[in-house]
Design a protein around this ligand. Structure first.
Ligand SMILES: [Zn+2]
Length: 360
């Protein structure tokens, strides 16, 4: 029934629609119909994933978490550093159907080594700047994992050096937060406008939220400077109760991302729509869920792209439905095993690229 023809819709960010056969191909018919109808909006982006398959311990195949799950654009979050970025650019990115941008790890070997910045000899400021210069078209920022198990005795140094590189290169920092040391206040005080805090609702000791869901003073200051909150669900970094309280207090995430890798793709993360559904279950309205996987992550990844052209023709989009039952065998748990209980489930149905319906 669905054919590869251009689709035409009238502007807007998110609308309900029905896919209908039409003499000229498939048309999206605007609809105010009941739940179960299709929604269409810009193609989804996941700002934090790990897709350096074959090189790092944790990489998954990019296309496994790409268009098949509604995702058009992935940010690989520090799988590669100065010494390994060339391989990502040469072998992984061109082989993938999904578009990939890269956060360069301040640790030269990226996530080949899971304590990538525990040794100062594995951080090379000039080599990282040179790698960024070689791949300006791919690199969206600098990644630093700034938590105790990773940095060890290096403390704040990887973050300070990552910040130096990011500022020198004119790019944002993405900072992984987790267990101290370093203290979260010291981490946040180093961040500025456009930088991204990933694992923002991690819920471990020393997280930056008060019991009433409002940000700690250091996070409040950071947000006022323009720092952005990214979910980065991961295997151990998303606490549903922390997210629920923060959202209720008026502090939703700027971007929803998976931190998908081999240790969480079979649960609790699965994919981006599962993570989106969890945020919906934590009280984030659907429009905000969609903005957090479209407009904002595209800005963060330095790849903004209008989804409609001037004539209203769809350039890129993800078509999805809200199901009232979960996909088969899907249990929605946070990273601590707490069950979230969504009443609606976001299920991708099709993607449209270059005006062409690619899956349906
Ligand atoms: Zn990650």
């Amino acid at each position: 029934m669905i054919t590869r023809k251009p689709l035409r819709v009238i502007g807007g960010d998110l609308r309900t629609a029905r896919l209908e056969p039409d003499p000229s191909g498939v048309k999206l018919r605007p609809s105010d119909g009941p739940p179960g109808e299709l929604f269409i909006g810009p193609g989804w982006a996941d700002a934090h994933a790990h897709v350096y398959d074959g090189m790092t311990e944790i990489g998954v195949a990019a296309d496994q978490v790409g268009l098949a799950t509604g995702v058009h654009l992935l940010g690989d979050a520090g799988s590669a550093g100065a010494a390994t970025l060339d391989g990502l650019v040469k072998y992984v990115i061109p082989a993938a159907d999904v578009r990939i941008r890269a956060w360069v790890n301040i640790g030269s070997y990226g996530l080949v080594h899971m304590r990538e910045t525990a040794d100062i000899r594995d951080v090379d400021v000039d080599a990282t700047l040179a790698a960024i210069d070689r791949h300006r078209d791919v690199v969206c920022g600098v990644k630093v994992r700034s938590s105790g198990l990773i940095v060890g005795a290096m403390g704040l140094q990887p973050l300070q050096l990552g910040r130096l590189v990011a500022r020198e290169a004119g790019l944002p920092l993405m900072v992984h937060i987790g267990e101290p040391p370093p203290l979260i206040e010291d981490v946040l005080d180093l961040l500025g406008d456009g930088d991204v805090v990933t694992h923002c609702y991690h819920g471990k000791t020393g997280h930056p939220w008060r019991a009433d869901g409002r940000p700690s003073p250091a996070l409040d200051r950071a947000l006022n400077r323009g720092v952005r909150l990214d979910v980065g669900h991961g295997a151990a970094s998303f606490a549903g109760d922390v997210a629920r309280r923060a959202i209720a207090a008026g502090f939703p995430p700027h971007s929803i991302s998976t931190d998908v890798h081999v240790r969480n793709i079979r649960g609790p993360v699965h994919d981006l729509p599962t993570t989106m559904t969890k945020l919906l279950a934590c009280g984030l309205p659907l429009d905000d869920v969609i903005a957090a996987v479209t407009r904002t992550p595209r800005e963060i990844l330095g790849a903004p792209e209008p989804w409609l052209d001037e004539d209203g023709l769809v350039r890129h989009a993800t078509v999805f439905r809200l199901a009232d039952t979960p996909p088969p065998h899907r249990v929605y748990t946070d990273a601590r095993g707490a069950v979230l209980d969504p009443t609606a489930h976001i299920v991708p149905v099709a993607t449209i690229r270059n005006g062409t319906l690619e899956r349906g």
